[in-house]
Write a protein that binds this ligand. Structure first.
Ligand SMILES: Cc1cc2nc3c(=O)[nH]c(=O)nc-3n(C[C@H](O)[C@H](O)[C@H](O)COP(=O)(O)O)c2cc1C
Length: 196
């Protein structure tokens, strides 16, 4: 496979498209698009989001100590893009986009009703990264759309239809077909292993 060196730039690892919803000291809600988001620990359940220090979202998380990460479905690509273009400092993005804030169960920041998965977080700590801050949140509660659960207890990922962001080339994609089962498909190589 022939490769081209790109240097140390922001390239297109596929990333989730999320909406981070927050509340300010005065009770005003804001919502911003974030793709530098990941679950980073199972025990304790921890999530991280990398935020530019100039974002209203960052200010509100520091002021009130909480946030919600909402998974964006593919059909909301336009709404999510809007929330990544404008700042809550000068626009009421919820009102303009039509997204609906609803009360969360453990934190003061709102859930976004139209998103199929909402993760309530308490600010744990942050790691300084130049212009950015890696904000670590303890996951306190998760709300997942009921329709995704089958009678056998399995989850149908298609119901979530998560919007994928390719940062380096600024494109949104939806998921393709199921490509495999984790912690199972790799086991076919066990037979060719040497040693214990
Ligand atoms: C697809 C997409 C992903 C983004 N991801 C991030 C991110 O992970 N971190 C960040 O600081 N800004 C990110 N942004 C930019 C913010 O969403 C944008 O600056 C927004 O206006 C900030 O809003 P706020 O000031 O109301 O918090 C992203 C924008 C888009 C369109």
């Amino acid at each position: 496979m022939q490769k081209r060196q790109l240097g140390p730039c922001v390239t297109f690892f596929p990333q989730p498209t999320t909406l981070v919803s927050t509340v300010g000291i005065g009770g005003a809600f804001d919502v911003m698009t974030a793709s530098w988001v990941s679950i980073v620990s199972k025990t304790p359940p921890t999530l991280t989001v990398s935020l530019n220090r100039g974002r209203l979202t960052y200010e509100q998380i520091r002021d009130t100590g909480c946030f919600v990460v909402n998974m964006v479905p593919a059909k909301l690509a336009g709404e999510a893009d809007y929330c990544g273009l404008r700042s809550g400092r000068d626009r009421d993005k919820l009102a303009v986009s039509g997204l609906t804030p609803v009360k969360a169960s453990r934190v003061a920041a709102p859930l976004i009703a139209e998103c199929p998965l909402n993760v309530e977080c308490r600010l744990l700590r942050e790691v300084e990264l130049g212009e950015y801050a890696l904000v670590l949140g303890e996951i306190l509660e998760i709300h997942a759309v009921e329709a995704a659960f089958g009678e056998d207890g399995g989850i149908d990922a298609g119901v979530f239809d998560p919007l994928v962001y390719l940062g380096g080339i600024r494109e949104y994609w939806s998921l393709g077909d199921l490509a495999g089962i984790a912690y199972r498909d790799g086991k076919r190589f066990y037979a060719g292993e040497q040693g214990p």
